[in-house]
Design a protein around this ligand. Sequence first.
Ligand code: ADP
Ligand code: MG
Length: 658
Amino acid sequence: MPHIQQLSPHVADLIAAGEVVERPASVAKELLENAIDAGASAVTVEIRDGGVTYLRVSDDGCGIAPEELPTAFLRHATSKLRSAGDLAAIGTLGFRGEALAAIASVSRLDVLTRERGAQSGATLHLEGGAPGEVTEAGCPEGTTVVVRDLFFNTPARLKFMKRDSAEATAITGLVTHLALSRPDISFKLLKDGAETLHTPGDGSLQSAVYAALGREFALSLTEVKGRDGDLAADGFVTRPLNSRGSRSMQTFFVNGRLVRSQLLTAALEEAYANRMMKGKFPGCVLCVTLPFDMVDVNVHPAKTVVKFVNDKLIFDLVYHAVSDALDREARPAAAAEKSVRQIQNPRGDFYQSMTSEQFRAQYAADKPAAPPTKRPEPPDVPRDKPKAPAAPTTFRTGIPPVELGELGGRARLSDYVRRESPPPVPAAAVPPPSAPIVTAVAEATPEPVPEPPAAAAEPTQETLLPETPTPWRIAGEVLNTYIVCEDAEQNVWLIDKHAAHERVNFDRLRAQSGPIMSQTLLTPLVAQLGSAEYAAATERFALLRDFGFDCEDFGDGALLLRGIPADIDEDGAVSALEELAEKLANGGNAEPGAARDALLATIACKAAIKGGWKSDERELRELVDRVQSGEVEYCPHGRPVKALLTRRELEKMFKRIV
Ligand code: ADP
Ligand code: MG
């Protein structure tokens, strides 16, 4: 047996240092956290060669007294913690008292510091952890730490360093995140002599986002403000049309700390569920604030993992905060008008044959719904102007409490993981980003409005009689798919009629509480399903009835359809049922609201006029009006329904202007 010996303090220090100081970015992190803890209002980071040869952090914080300077470099020396009791309520970023000792032991370090209000400052040099003499020095108030030749005395570790550029990128990421978490502090980053980041420190998150993440990203955002008692979720999220190809622009803070959290990501993305294409991701800077006893930030040493005491509460907070922001973003005026219109004509669709009240009364009495004619004439008067005040119908309260218990509870991880490998999206429906002439619609939407008008909650006489904008002129239809319109400002709009109609159907179905209206068929249909789908469907006849399907088991994988959703024709009904059964067999979306939405989206799609179909003029007019009002913006799968071609763009195309 080899002898057991206690390690020399030097070796023990090096081992400990390895835990704190892994790479230049970890040095920068510790020094920046010290600067923040010191109450700095401006911090500068300067690096050369990715921070390996030179890394400087300067702050204008409280400074260190000359006589305490050597102590700061001893292990377990800290001013932030006095007793074990303090551990429970730590308000600073650091508290272990290890960082300076660890960094000094693997580098050549200089510190220059002057306390606030002191006549002069002091400086100290350490070489591989061995301190020199503290000497008096003239310097500004605050502290500067310069770390040179990191790992000069641990060559093995030096070998593991990544390329300088990778280290510089890691430091940029770090400074960016700290700058976003503290908009009240001005952060500056210099890379090999060039300033690459500089936030104003004016206390506004928006200006920090602008400076740290760039103009383009900042302009794609809409504000989020969510409150639930002690809890808050504030910040910014991308508008649906400004979605991104990855999650790299999602930044979450919990009580000011940067965290990675699948729960927060899920809540964010759930709010975009029907507004964004599959395979696209929202970006965000979201700050969640909650009482300290509701979160454990110490579950991971790097402290980027959090554990919430009540996951559901946090999920709901973020989900609703983001959904509300997106609803508001989708034109507050249109939202107010929509709520009125729904009351006035609750099923203001093309195929209305009875009111939902009549239908529900019948359903409650357990009588089969009177078979509506398949495609009744559209109402003569397309839509009345709303007259009477009415209670508002909001997006969220419109989701009926249909029992989807068997689909599981809260969103599961598998749901968001699935979105990472999306099914191919029909590219033709999306305006190609590179197409110079078709401007993404987002540019035409007005500036984000911070608060919804009070009218959205309580319609007043004014909102009931909105000033009617000049209706878009329908110039025609091209490719049997796109409606071409001209607005009063001489802009050209292209509308994907299938996508728009799908959304109209979806919103209408979703706004109904209770089951979907069914039509009884004179001759039942037969749907032949795969075995898993058949099993899933036969177990859930009650649920299918809620979606308008009156099914009977026909044996051997076949279902007999005696009733189908009133909006769908027979072909559409069979394929909708197949899709529903498949969704049920695969567990559906676990969140009941999302599961219902997914099923409704299937029906909405089947009920929509198809690209390639000839539509009559009234159908087109109805759709164009709804698109113009802003009521319809995305199809339920998140594809945009309209694209803008401005007069200016046209004139540029024809070189009338340059
Ligand atoms: P910790 O931050 O965990 O307390 P450190 O080793 O990082 O441990 O720092 C030791 C002590 O040195 C701190 O507690 C603080 O009192 C002092 N200190 C370090 N950096 C600064 C700074 N930039 N400004 C003022 N004081 C500092
Ligand atoms: Mg520290």
